[in-house]
Design a protein around this ligand. Structure first.
Ligand code: DGL
Length: 274
């Protein structure tokens, strides 16, 4: 039997993770939940983030997922233990995958305010590079602007310049995209950061780790690196949201390369508990 992979995020961001998973494991079926009724997560309190994660993970469990990949750094930073307790299946996060791909001692981390405040990336990087300078910057404006369709707007550019200022001042040479929405800003950040600064997307390392995990569960995912099967795999994924399916489909289009079909689902309290 083929295991269903469950992924969730507050909105579009986790699609950057889904795409990598589809590229590497084109034969693994995926269920993606974008909790768009409650986006953004990253300006919420830790208690809210944990309560939301419990509910979302419970819903994914009811849908029968066999492995959970947290496609949301904010939930990963504040509620990994909640996800593990609720999932009843193996859970893979993004943040502890990062250490294996950092090869610098001057690292910047762009993340949501909640993730930055948690210090989760600093701890993960220090676990393997205890002397590294790690500067975490919370970027409250990014997710709302990205969800609203901005990619190169003056507002986004202004916000990005302010967020990277401390990283430039510290002369970091590596910047971790510590929120799954931010790979969508790669072109803008590449333009604004000095040449040679390496942008790290933790989803790449996390997606690589999924293969051995699936193997240990008796699955033998055929690894696909050439990308020929990307479109069919993405189209086979079931995409669900708690908010408006049409606006999600529109936002997802430029990232997935096609307009996906999107279902609206009701979790128990998306009607307004938060
Ligand atoms: N994309 C998510 C993350 O990786 C959540 C962003 C948000 O909703 O603030 O943190």
């Amino acid at each position: 039997m083929t295991l269903l992979l469950g992924l969730f995020d507050s909105g579009l961001g986790g699609l950057t993770v889904l795409r990598k998973v589809n590229q590497l494991y084109p034969h693994s079926p995926c269920l993606y939940l974008g909790d768009t009724a409650r986006v953004p997560y990253g300006t919420r309190s830790p208690d809210e983030i944990r309560a939301i994660a419990a509910e979302v993970v419970r819903w994914l469990r009811w849908q029968g997922v066999g492995v959970l990949l947290m496609a949301c750094n904010t939930s990963n930073a504040l509620a990994l233990d909640v996800a593990v307790a609720e999932a009843g299946v193996p859970v893979l996060g993004l943040i502890d995958s990062v250490a294996s791909v950092i090869s610098s001692d001057r690292v910047g981390v762009l993340a949501t305010p909640a993730t930055a405040r948690s210090g989760a990336y600093r701890r993960a990087i220090h676990a393997s590079r205890p002397d590294a300078l790690v500067i975490e910057v919370g970027c409250p404006e990014f997710v709302p602007l990205i969800e609203a369709g901005h990619r190169f707007s003056p507002e986004l550019r202004r916000a990005a310049l302010a967020y990277i200022a401390p990283l430039l001042a510290a002369a970091v040479d590596t910047v971790v995209l510590g929120c799954t929405h931010y790979p969508l800003l790669r072109p803008l950040l590449t333009e604004l950061l000095p040449a040679g600064v390496v942008l790290v997307d933790p989803a790449e390392a996390a997606a690589e780790r999924l293969g051995p995990l699936l193997g240990s569960l008796g699955e033998a995912p055929e690894v696909e690196r050439q990308g020929e099967s990307v479109v069919p795999a993405v189209q086979r994924s079931r995409l669900c949201v708690t908010g408006c399916p049409d606006s999600f489909a529109t936002g997802a289009e430029d990232w997935l390369g096609h307009r996906p079909s999107v279902e609206r689902v009701e979790l128990r309290s998306t009607a307004g508990a938060f």
